[in-house]
Design a protein. Structure first.
Lengths: 116, 115
């Protein structure tokens, strides 16, 4: 079973509009972390935002916010005031404990295209 | 945050040969991760490399195919052995941040094409 599910392979948004990228996760652990990364065509992985499983408030970082709904196991990324430079692949990831350490699991990604 | 460099940045290799990818970090880190990203796909964890111990491989990845070295706290290598065209991917190393709320930091990746 997929541990991280991103159901939107591709999304379009008009410049200056807001867009929500969906992410659901599956874990039985109480302690975990959720991350969003941006990967432009250059291939680098850029960290955007983090949400801890015990955090009661939604994380925000500039134009990025994470809509964390723990009961639904969802961690959607909201990008406000989209810019052309936001066009990229976006990956949701979960850090979960395993065998005394931890590892990161990535979703399949959403390709976002911002339209002028 | 950590600054990570990888060598080579890209390479084109012949089937049956091996390539060693280097990952250098500007600070001492306990855990280093190696990922593979096949064309148009997500990141898949190959193995976790801790200094002073054997690397821990994920299901589907074996040491004979992807031997890893971790000689110190700032350096690691991943070798892709006996390559085939299916090994054409981006290979990324990453390290964890220093705080529980910190993210992992990625190197720029190595683009490998196997002919």
């Amino acid at each position: 079973a997929q541990k991280i599910t991103q159901t939107q392979p591709g999304m379009f948004v008009q410049e200056k509009e807001a867009v929500t990228l969906d992410c659901t996760y599956d874990t039985s652990d109480q302690s975990y972390g959720l991350f969003w990364y941006k990967q432009p065509s250059s291939g680098e992985m850029i960290f955007l935002i983090y949400q801890g499983s015990y955090d009661e408030q939604n994380a925000t970082e500039g134009r990025y916010s994470l809509n964390f709904q723990k009961a639904r196991k969802s961690a959607n990324l909201v990008i406000s005031a989209s810019q052309l430079g936001d066009s990229a692949m976006y990956f949701c990831a979960m850090r979960e404990p395993t065998s005394g350490t931890y590892k990161y699991i990535f979703g399949t990604g959403t390709r976002l295209k911002v339209l002028a | 945050s950590a600054v990570i460099s990888q060598k080579p940045s890209r390479d084109i290799c012949q089937r049956g040969t091996s390539l060693t990818i280097q990952c250098q970090v500007d600070s001492q880190v306990t855990m280093m991760f190696w990922y593979r990203q096949q064309p148009g796909q997500s990141l898949t964890l190959i193995a976790t490399a801790n200094q002073g111990s054997e690397a821990t491989y994920e299901s589907g990845f074996v040491i004979d195919k992807f031997p890893i070295s971790r000689p110190n706290l700032t350096f690691s290598t991943l070798t892709v052995s006996n390559m085939s065209p299916e090994d054409s991917s981006i290979y990324l190393c990453s390290v964890d941040g220093t705080a529980s709320t910190d993210t992992q930091y990625f190197g720029p990746g190595t683009r490998l094409t196997v002919l």
